[in-house]
Design a protein around this ligand. Structure first.
Ligand SMILES: Cc1cc2nc3c(=O)[nH]c(=O)nc-3n(C[C@H](O)[C@H](O)[C@H](O)COP(=O)(O)OP(=O)(O)OC[C@H]3O[C@@H](n4cnc5c(N)ncnc54)[C@H](O)[C@@H]3O)c2cc1C
Length: 474
């Protein structure tokens, strides 16, 4: 990637500002949070920050940018963890927050059509009002937006049952890099007419265009849910428990692995949290079951846990007795990122392997990290049911930042080599952004990188859409 800065001409910026009007130009105190991201790793530098009001304004802005070869960085809720939403070299920052209308909710069709700037929480609420479920759920759902979750193909805690964002999108509306509006909002469950173009934008991280609206799949709301916190001796036992649970009552909607050290960090740094079990085992699993029938879960799940105890698969378990307790269990899981913020520098990994390889990955990665860095503090947790582990290494106590920066490079190579051994992915759900753009160029197959570059060049020949992110064509 080059570090070339962009300096759009003053009259280009004036023209863009005229299109969006006074309300659409963001300055001063309003601008500052848009130029800082969650990890404080990539400081923002934008030549102009705008928030168009509708798809026509977005298209008019992109036309000007295409004509003048002015680079654009799209931004949703700014919760991305890999820097994709940050303009860092003077790009025009296009915030989607004013495109926030719910266009249609159709319970009979089990679908809804929303604009890109609707928050994920508002999308879930819109579905709930029509007695339907929009199942995507992630820790940042109060702030992240539909356009952002689509552009990062967000995962979260319900992937096991409902799939990633990629599985939940029926159609898209997008503004292409030449300013043309593509209306692909068909709500078809079947359409076998060639390349599935919407999939290019899902996980495209804003490099192929701006997503302006989406038609999304809805589901019947579960009638009953059961949340449990389980103690066990090892990830191998967790894998066996997953298999047992999937053959048991209802659906397993979430299956989250949490190490003892990860839980301890939450209990230490997040106020009003408490350990759900008296036992202090090396590993925990937060598991959620759901069912379309009443009273289908309680008894059968208790019996399943009793057998698992007898067979020494688990060492303890507690079932949430009400919504409050279930919420408290989930708060422990959702607070992991927050709990790590005050723990110094970190090497963070969001990796995946085939589900059955998770225990072996964790064992090998621990060995490799300990060889690369003395006294590494390893925090492992994540969506074990999807084979997706968040594997984070905290700066050891007493190690200087400079020394940890050196160690970080060794740690990254070590972990990515283990991932390669298990044929895994170096980015399971957070995407590539700035953070991993160099790494994927090395770690994906040359044929894959060549296809990605060819698609990017075909749709965005002047590389104006989010340059420097995901795939390098400069
Ligand atoms: C506490 C916390 C918990 C999280 N948990 C999870 C989790 O469980 N699973 C998970 O997958 N992620 C998780 N994330 C990461 C993040 O929330 C997701 O990546 C989310 O999808 C980003 O949405 P956003 O609207 O904030 O997008 P942004 O951060 O604003 O942007 C992300 C990327 O999408 C592009 N983009 C945004 N909007 C558009 C658009 N309309 N058109 C084209 N491109 C666009 C941006 O250019 C950027 O490349 C978490 C983050 C935090 C802070």
């Amino acid at each position: 990637m080059t570090n070339r800065s962009f300096s759009p001409a003053a009259d280009t910026l004036d023209e863009i500002a005229r299109i969006v009007g006074d309300k659409g130009v963001i300055k001063g105190d309003d601008a500052a949070p848009m130029l800082t991201e969650w990890r404080n790793r990539w400081p923002g530098d934008a030549s102009l920050i705008i928030a168009p009001a509708n798809v026509e304004e977005v298209a008019a802005v992109v036309k000007v940018c295409a004509h003048t070869k002015t680079p654009i960085t799209p931004q949703g809720g700014n919760t991305g963890l890999v820097g994709g939403q940050m303009p860092t070299r003077g790009e025009v920052l296009v915030s989607m927050r004013r495109l926030n209308r719910i266009r249609d909710v159709s319970p009979l069709d089990n679908s809804m059509t929303l604009e890109a700037g609707v928050t994920l929480a508002a999308a879930q609420e819109a579905a709930e009002k029509s007695d339907r479920l929009f199942p995507l759920s992630i820790g940042s759902e109060g702030t992240c937006q539909i356009g952002g979750v689509i552009s990062t193909n967000a995962g979260g805690v319900n992937v096991l049952r409902y799939g990633n964002t990629r599985d939940l999108v029926l159609g898209l509306e997008a503004v292409l890099p030449n300013g043309e509006i593509w209306n692909g909002l068909k709500r078809l469950r079947k359409d076998n007419t060639g390349y599935d173009l919407k999939q290019l934008f899902i996980g495209g991280e804003g490099t192929l265009g701006l997503v302006t609206a989406a038609s999304l799949k809805l589901y019947p709301r579960p009638i009953e849910q059961l949340t449990a916190f389980v103690a066990l001796a090892s990830p191998e036992k967790a894998l066996q428990l997953l298999s047992l649970a999937q053959a048991g009552p209802g659906d397993v909607t979430s299956f989250e692995l949490i190490s003892r050290d990860a839980l301890a960090l939450v209990l230490k740094n997040i106020p009003q949290t408490r350990a759900p079990l008296a036992d202090d085992p090396p590993w925990y699993v937060l598991v959620e079951f759901s069912s379309g029938e009443k009273n289908a879960l309680g008894g059968p799940v208790e019996t399943m846990f009793a057998h698992a105890l007898d067979d020494e698969l688990i060492t303890d378990a507690t079932i949430a007795q009400n919504e409050r307790e279930a919420h408290d269990f989930w708060r422990l899981r959702h607070s992991m990122s927050e709990a790590m913020r005050s723990e110094g520098a970190q090497a963070k990994f969001d990796v995946s392997t085939p589900v059955a390889s998770v225990p072996a990955f964790l064992a090998d990665a621990d060995k490799a990290v300990n060889a690369a860095c003395d006294n590494a503090r390893i925090i492992a947790f994540g969506h074990m049911g999807d084979g997706n582990i968040h594997y984070d290494i905290l700066q050891p106590d007493g190690m200087s930042l400079n020394d940890f920066d050196d160690a970080r490079r060794r740690i990254e190579d070590a972990v990515y080599d283990v991932i390669a051994k298990y044929d895994g992915s170096i980015s399971a759900e957070h995407g590539v952004g700035i953070m991993k753009a160099g790494e994927i160029a090395l770690r994906k197959q040359p044929a894959e990188i060549a296809m990605m570059r060819a698609i990017k060049r075909a749709l965005d020949p002047d590389n104006i859409m989010n340059p420097g992110k995901l795939v390098d064509t400069e």
